[in-house]
Design a protein around this ligand. Structure first.
Ligand code: PFF
Length: 453
């Protein structure tokens, strides 16, 4: 039976588009993941490479994803089927949907931790604790079974409820207020962190590039982080792009979302690294970094109880506006391609993701011993999704635009049927055709050790 093109759900305003896309981009990736990945990879030099990737690869890929989705008016897999019928290009979407399962699985583990920290803050659990005691508190909590799982289930339940109800007004409305509040909170925390004794060491760790600390894996991690942070490479922004009205300017949306995302990641770094050094925590402490450093900062600041509480609430919300965008990738696909209802697609997808997520959560505790290639399940899923699937997805997306869809058809979409002057277009096309694919391929092959000098 032929598919009928029903009028598609759209975001209702320009700000709604920005808020939803920025809501997806800004999340745990900025505040939890960026500082610890930067810490593990030596700080300053990592930051420079990361910024370079954001500009030269991230922004063009984002524009490509929006264009594909808006042109096709379909989900991540359906978009390729529509724009490249009878070809294997739809496989790009398949990779994306697979990545969505893996990413939301480990994302919901950490999102669950943030909920626990809302409660810990509310009950003033950090009061009068030393840095060591705060680290022990985290260790005891996240290696446990009951509480981390309960929080994860609650988080997935809320994500499910929102996606099931459709995105529209609710999210648009809340994100508009909450995102600016999050920025404000981080600025306040930055100020306190920067005035801690020994802050300078942290700032210089983050901002003075020492290239001897940067490895090829570190460069791959920077690329993976750029994709992860901007929500790229798995069709999230293809899916959201399909809800953007034909009147919006895609180019300026890309710029605004990228600036918001990058500024928040930098602020998180400025909030966290001074505290890392002031409280003697190792900068490469891994996934627990934020949960071990920030409670110390809150403890030290006037009104810390209040700020800590608000901060973890906002962090949970930032995680939620990202997690719904990840679930939406799977749901939009199941709904449109498998003809499921939104409701059953949402329940089905969330259930499978939660099962995977439970394994991730337990891999810090009772399932610690279960490792693959000597790697904890959580780290394996995080690495294979962020540093492998997202860059591969990104590579295929730029190849699709640059070498399959071509300049003329892409220009049509980006310029709203030639009604906008898009002066950046030749530069964009050049990056997409030549620079981005070569750069992604090289970084990826070196990073996973397939190429060696
Ligand atoms: N960008 C989100 C963050 O930084 O937390 C995470 C994310 C969302 C990754 C959506 C990928 C994605 F498709």
């Amino acid at each position: 039976m032929a598919k009928i093109d029903l009028p598609r759900e759209n975001f209702t305003s320009k700000f709604g588009v920005i808020a939803a896309a920025a809501g997806s981009a800004v999340g745990l990736g900025n505040i939890w993941r960026f500082p610890y990945i930067a810490g593990e990879n030596g700080g300053g030099a990592f930051l420079l490479v990361y910024l370079l990737f954001i500009i030269a690869i991230g922004m063009p890929v984002m524009l490509s994803e929006f264009s594909i989705g808006r042109k096709a008016q379909r989900n991540a897999i359906g978009s390729f089927k529509k724009l490249a019928p009878g070809t294997p290009w739809y496989f790009v979407g398949v990779i994306g949907v697979a990545a969505a399962f893996l990413i939301l699985a480990f994302y919901s583990t950490v999102a669950g931790w943030t909920l626990e920290y809302v409660v810990k803050s509310a009950t003033d659990s950090f009061a009068d604790k030393t840095g060591d005691e705060i680290s022990q508190l985290f260790a005891a909590f996240h290696t446990g079974t009951f509480w981390p799982l309960l929080w994860q289930l609650i988080f997935m339940g809320v994500t499910l409820a929102i996606v099931m109800a459709g995105i529209k007004d609710g999210i648009e409305r809340y994100v508009k207020i909450l995102m600016p509040l999050l920025v404000l909170m981080i600025i306040v925390i930055c100020i306190r962190s920067l005035t801690l004794p020994g802050a300078a060491e942290g700032v210089s760790y983050l901002f003075s590039p020492d290239f001897s600390r940067l490895t090829t894996e570190g460069v791959l991690a920077a690329l993976g982080q750029a994709f992860f942070s901007l929500s790229l490479g798995m069709g999230t922004l293809i899916t959201y792009g399909s809800y953007i009205s034909k009147k919006e300017k895609l180019g300026s949306t890309v710029t605004q979302v990228t600036i918001a995302d990058t500024v928040i990641a930098m602020l998180a770094g400025i909030a966290i690294f001074p505290a890392v050094f002031a409280f003697g925590i190792a900068p490469d402490a891994g996934p627990g970094l934020v949960f071990e450093t920030l409670p110390n900062v809150f403890q030290e600041m006037a009104g810390g109880y209040f700020f800590g509480l608000i901060f973890f609430i906002l962090l949970s919300i930032a995680a939620l506006t990202s997690s719904i965008s990840i679930l939406e990738v799977v749901v939009a696909y199941m709904k449109e391609e498998l003809n499921m209802t939104r409701r059953s697609a949402s329940i089905f997808a969330a259930a499978i993701i939660t099962l995977l997520g439970v394994l991730c959560t337990l891999s810090f505790g009772v399932m610690q011993e279960v490792t693959i290639f000597e790697t904890r399940l959580f780290d394996l899923m995080e690495f294979s999704a962020s540093d492998v699937l997202l860059p591969i997805g990104g590579l295929l997306i730029v190849l699709f635009i640059g070498w399959y869809l071509g300049a003329a058809r892409t220009r049509e979409e980006v310029s709203n049927d030639n009604s906008l002057k898009v002066r950046y277009f030749p530069a964009y096309m050049f990056l997409i055709k030549f620079i981005a694919p070569v750069a992604i391929a090289i970084v990826f092959l070196y990073g996973i050790g397939l190429l060696n000098i």
